[in-house]
Every structure is written in C-alpha cells, then in structure tokens.
Design a protein around this ligand. Structure first.
Ligand SMILES: Cc1ncc(COP(=O)(O)O)c(C=O)c1O
Length: 358
C-alpha cells in the first residue's frame, strides 16, 4: 500500500490491527476536518478574511461603568489617562456555542486575573468580582451573541494628567464581538510560520508579567510588526537571558521525545489556556515540564504550538525557516487541540466546571 509504513505484517492479527489503525487514523482526520468547520460555525465565523485582520464586527451594546451604551457611543475623552501612559488591566475571554447553549470558558479565572492585574498596578476596581462576572454575561446576552470574544478593560479615566495621579476615576468597560481564529483558520489547521523577534520580552523587574496591562503590548506590537513585515505569521520573543519566552500574544509549548515543555512563569503572562493545556496533557499521561528552553531547542522540537484565548491552540510548522517535525501538526498537538475544542464546545462533561453557561 503506497504511503503507508513498509513494515512486513506476518500474522492475521497484525494485518487486522494495521487495517484498524489506518482506519482509525483516517477517521480521526475526517473528524478533525468536520470539527474545524464546526468550530468556525460555533465561533460565529463566516469565513471572512482571517488572521486577525478582518474588520471588527460591531455588536449593539457595550457595558460602560454599569450601563449599556450603544456601540458607537462607547467613547472616552482624549485625555483619558490610560490612553497616554498605558496603565490599566484587561482580559480576553471567549464564549463558545456549547451544545444547546453558549458558555464562557473559564470565566472565574479570567475575572480573577483581571483583579490580580489591577492589584499589581495598584488600581482598585470599583466593582466586585461577581458584579463583573454578571456584567460580562449580560454583555453577551444583550448583544444576542452565541459565540464571541469578550474584552473587559479597567482604565484610569479623565482627571489629572502626569504620571502620578490620585483622584482620576477608575473606569470599566466590557465589549463583546464575533471573532474568528486569531492566527487564521489555515493556521489553526495546518500550523503557522513564526520568527524569533529581535525585541526582548519583559524583564521580571521591569514589567510585572503576572499582570495583563495595556502598555505591555507595545513590546508585543513591535515584535509582531517586525515579523509580519518579514512575511511570517507570528513573533516568538526571547527573555532577557536569551531563552524562549512566548509569542506576542500567546504562550508556547514544545514536544520532544515524548516530553512536553513550556516556559516557566517568569517573563510571560500566566495564560489560562496554557494552564488548561498543561492539565489536559498531564491527564493524558504526558510528562509536562515548566522549564526554560533555548531557541535551538525550539528548532529541533518534534512539535511546537502556541496557546491563548485568541489563538486557541495553534500549531507551529516553521521557526526561522526551519521546519518543525514533519511540517504538519503532530499527534500530540492534534490530540490536545481536539480535546480543547471538545471541552470549550461542551462535549466533554468532565470539564463542565470550566464553562459558565449563559
Ligand atoms: C502575552 C500573552 N501571553 C499569553 C497569552 C495567553 O493567555 P490566555 O491563555 O490566558 O489567553 C496572552 C493572551 O492573553 C498574551 O497576551
């Protein structure tokens, strides 16, 4: 049989098993293709230009400081403090169509990280965690979105200017809109090409990386622009010691000789998807280590992938023009990607605690 391994099959049992394994592999691939089509539908994605470049799909209302305002009226003053200096806190959350309903993935954890980020920035959010959770759910409901991306942001409002301000209001807004796969549908299926950026990731005593802060993304945007201009899909940044840190908006994993590695929580954001994937991989019996690894460890990985709320689980097929593994999403990547989508779309009852139904 062309295209199949040439191992000689001796016994009837071996022949049957081999046929079974091939059929199982094919079924898996067919299921995956069907699942990708379903993923697009369940994220409400119509197949427009992807890769994060499609125009923002307007919804109807945005929650601002306790009230819903029309999308077009959700404005701030040009002297809003955060607009100038970047101190604030924000989140990226996804809501998926999950069975008969819609469910927000790990809402509690995202809201907790929003409060943690604000705490690190010495900002007191003028709402409770429960109030923010309720406002997030209501934002999705009022916009009648069954699958969407949700963006809560806490910002220092209009008042005084200058670096040190005491009495400016702390404002909170929550928007939600339909957003397809961040690194493109093709990227999700076939993997993306990444390049190591010349820009270094945050140092632990320069940026407080446990916090998700608007101003930190200047570093990400510089890296992303650099590699996009060179024709790549995404940037991978190294930490100040030269070890691999993360993508411009994603955490990174490698698999080599059956061991999975991801960056420890030093110069990176503690991704909620990262934590979910570590949990799933360990449950599948894989050894996962949180350990620094080098740029050439990435080059020689059997598999590599990025994780994030926007990027979900996106395979990496090339790094700095070096093909990773076979150049296609590897078996571990595919298995984890399948498991991830099964969970977020409510097909895996064991993980229902990770879902908040609307
Ligand atoms: C810099 C950075 N790293 C990692 C992540 C992944 O985090 P999460 O999985 O919580 O979305 C994000 C996305 O928020 C990010 O912006």
């Amino acid at each position: 049989m062309r295209g199949l391994p040439h191992k000689k099959l001796t016994t009837h049992a071996e022949c049957c098993y081999s046929g079974y394994a091939v059929a199982k592999g094919l079924m898996r691939r067919v299921n995956q293709i069907l699942r990708f089509a379903q993923n697009d539908r369940e994220r409400g994605f119509s197949g427009e230009k992807s890769g994060g470049l499609e125009m923002l799909k307007e919804a109807e209302k945005i929650w601002m400081d306790g009230q819903f305002v029309n999308w077009k009226d959700a404005r701030v003053h040009v002297l809003t403090h955060t607009l100038h200096y970047g101190v604030g806190a924000f989140e990226g959350i996804r809501c998926y169509k999950a069975g008969d309903g819609s469910a927000i993935f790990r809402l509690d954890d995202h809201v907790e990280r929003l409060f943690t980020s604000a705490h690190i920035m010495s900002i007191e959010i003028p709402y409770t965690r429960d109030e923010i959770k309720e406002a997030i759910k209501e934002t999705v409901r009022i916009n009648r979105l069954d699958a969407c991306y949700i963006r809560p942001i806490v910002y220092v409002g209009y008042g005084s200017m200058g670096l040190y301000v005491e009495d400016n209001p702390i404002n909170v807004a929550i928007a939600a809109w339909t957003w397809g796969s961040y690194l493109g549908d093709e990227g999700l299926k076939k993997g993306i090409r990444v390049k190591i950026s010349s820009f270094t990731r945050h140092h632990v005593n320069i940026s407080m990386t446990r916090a998700k802060v608007p101003g930190y993304y200047v570093n990400s945007i510089l890296a992303k622009k650099e590699v996009k201009a060179a024709g790549y899909d995404e940037a991978v940044l190294l930490d100040p010691d030269g070890y691999v840190a993360e993508g411009s908006g994603e955490n990174i994993f490698i698999v080599r000789k059956g061991i999975m590695k991801t960056t420890p929580l030093t110069s990176i954001l503690a991704g909620i998807t990262r934590e979910s994937i570590i949990h799933l991989a360990r449950e599948m019996g894989m050894t996962v280590v949180e350990e620094r690894f080098t740029r050439d460890d990435l080059y020689i990985a059997d598999e590599a992938f990025l994780t994030g709320t926007a990027a979900e689980l996106t395979p990496i097929r090339e790094v700095d023009n070096r093909v990773i593994g076979t150049g296609k999403p590897g078996p571990v990547t595919q298995r984890l990607q399948d498991a991830f989508f099964n969970i977020v779309q409510g097909r895996e009852k064991r993980y229902k605690d990770w879902l908040t139904y609307l």
